[in-house]
Design a protein around this ligand. Structure first.
Ligand code: FAD
Length: 475
């Protein structure tokens, strides 16, 4: 039987499959589309996702093709520089088109030995005590111990499970595409700057080789967003907003997106889980959706593998929902707030001016940046020091960088006392006896996703927490 079927070959499904494979499991990754999409949605990776890539030794190829941008200006497009000394070794946005992110993750998955089947659509599912049966559009079926729906905002898995998806429907649609145009760069810049004074969902960004990424409000909300707009739709809307269509022609791809905001009521039903856009959708303000999905996958991967590998302690799998659902709820709220601040109505404009002033206070600015980049996330592991439940940033140890020691995706005890032991869990947890000038705690137990599960110097207490997070001691 297959260990885990992952439905959806977007960034969430790819990251999840990589994590499962890293933990020795054999996932099967399915996608309904025969070929990867050409549509470029996300344009960048935020600090926490960059850290995740670094923790798994994957960052180099992303850095080789991406471009680093300053972090300021990401909350509702309010132009303020990011505060100094952010709690991360990666205080930048890595500009990289989603199609490239997907390609690099696919290459990594294949290198790890993940099986990917394209042109393979999930159309049905049933589950019993032992397994999930997945029905495919070609009439065949597959059986797996677990299924994860990473099949995007219109998730078939979510609908088949009957999991409610409450929230607000789309109120406005935006057309987005890549195309050539005949207007001069000067005309384009001057007209765009004028339109953007009153319309923030407008732009024509040169991408090189004469191609532009064009963004313009749509005429109403589409009944079926799966049907792409036409070039004529773009021409008509550009004329309506800018008084000219800039001579757009030769589109590479055309698409539309809305501003619906919804969160799945549950992330789990028996042996089936939801992750990424299948579990939450929101407007792209702040550039968070892809990042949120990759981070869901990073949270779920090691837990699901632990369950299949037979050592997961009671409740570990359910902690996926307990930890990630509130994170998504918070992202939905911050995108709702950003959408308000982007409105050109007088009330929201006044609020925007006020928030802009508030961001001069360093603590406010830091708070908002930590939200958008997800480096401020703290899971609720109970009372304890501020670091408990947060992911530990990369720190320099005597023997090298902490994140370089996390590539295998195992638990890790960073022991500055040199007196502690992980005996009984050495098959799941590495013991690193070393010191760092950047760390003022005697020892930290890190989960495979880098979140701090325990801090202290008491062996008895540590042993309790090893059992809590990594199951029963071996032998
Ligand atoms: C205009 C725009 C700009 C954005 N900018 C950013 C940004 O800058 N930063 C950011 O973080 N996010 C951004 N996002 C959001 C980001 O694109 C999504 O959050 C991200 O793609 C979600 O990844 P996913 O893997 O969960 O789902 P998807 O990328 O949607 O992948 C789902 C996959 O599932 C497959 N599938 C669907 N149904 C089935 C089925 N029944 N069987 C098998 N396969 C199936 C699909 O073919 C698809 O490949 C943006 C979105 C938009 C629209």
């Amino acid at each position: 039987m297959i260990d885990v079927i992952v439905a959806g070959c977007g960034p969430t499904g790819l990251m999840l499959a990589c994590e499962l494979r890293l933990q020795g499991r054999q996932p099967l990754l399915l996608d309904k589309d025969a070929e990867p999409t050409k549509v470029v949605r996300a344009l960048g990776l935020h600090a926490r996702t960059i850290e995740i890539l670094d923790q798994r030794g994957l960052l180099e190829p992303f850095l080789a093709v991406g471009r680093k941008y300053p972090l300021g200006g990401f909350f509702a497009g309010i132009r303020k520089p990011a505060p100094e000394r952010l709690d991360t070794a990666h205080p930048y946005v890595l500009g990289i088109p989603q199609t490239t992110t997907d390609r690099l993750l696919t290459e990594h998955a294949l290198d790890l030995g993940v099986e990917i089947r394209r042109g393979c659509e999930l159309v049905g599912l049933t589950q019993d005590d032992d397994a999930v049966t997945v029905d495919l559009a070609d009439g065949t079926s597959l059986r797996a111990r677990y299924l994860v729906g990473c099949d995007g905002g219109r998730s078939t898995v979510r609908k088949l499970l009957g999991i409610a998806f409450p929230g607000e429907p789309s109120r406005v649609d935006t057309l987005l595409g890549e195309m050539e145009l005949t207007a001069s760069p000067e005309t384009l810049a001057a007209v765009s700057a004028e339109v953007q004074k009153t319309q923030r969902r407008f732009g024509a960004m040169p991408l090189g080789d004469g191609i532009h990424r064009v963004l313009v409000p749509a005429d109403g909300v589409a009944e079926d967003r799966a049907v792409p707009p036409t070039l004529e739709d773009f021409q008509k809307q550009l004329r309506a907003y800018a008084g000219t269509d800039f001579g757009v022609h030769s589109p590479r791809w055309l698409s539309r997106f809305g501003d619906a905001t919804r969160l799945a009521e549950r992330y789990r039903s028996g042996r089936v889980f939801l992750a990424g856009d299948a579990a939450h959708i929101h407007p792209p303000t702040g550039g968070q959706g892809l990042n949120l999905g990759v981070q869901d996958a990073f949270n779920l991967g090691w837990k699901l593998a632990a369950e299949v590998n037979g050592w997961a302690p009671a409740g570990l799998l359910d902690s996926y929902q307990t930890e990630r659902h509130p994170v998504a709820a918070d992202v939905l709220d911050n995108t709702r707030a950003q959408m308000e601040l982007l409105s050109t109505e007088p009330g929201p404009q006044a609020t925007r001016r006020l928030v802009t002033q508030l961001m001069d206070f360093e603590d406010v600015n830091r708070y908002l940046i930590e939200k958008i980049t997800a480096i401020g996330i703290r899971y609720d592991f109970g009372d304890g020091p501020a670091l408990l439940g947060r992911r530990l940033r990369d720190v320099q140890l005597k023997r090298g960088r902490l994140y370089d020691l996390m590539h295998a995706g195992r638990g890790l005890l960073l022991d500055q006392t040199g007196l502690l032991s992980v005996a009984g869990w050495a098959d799941r947890v590495d013991h690193i006896a070393d010191v760092s000038e950047e760390l003022d705690v005697p020892a930290a137990l890190l989960r495979p996703d880098g979140h701090v599960a325990w801090l202290g110097d008491n062996q008895h207490d540590l042993t309790d927490h090893l059992g809590k997070w990594f199951g029963a001691a071996a032998g």
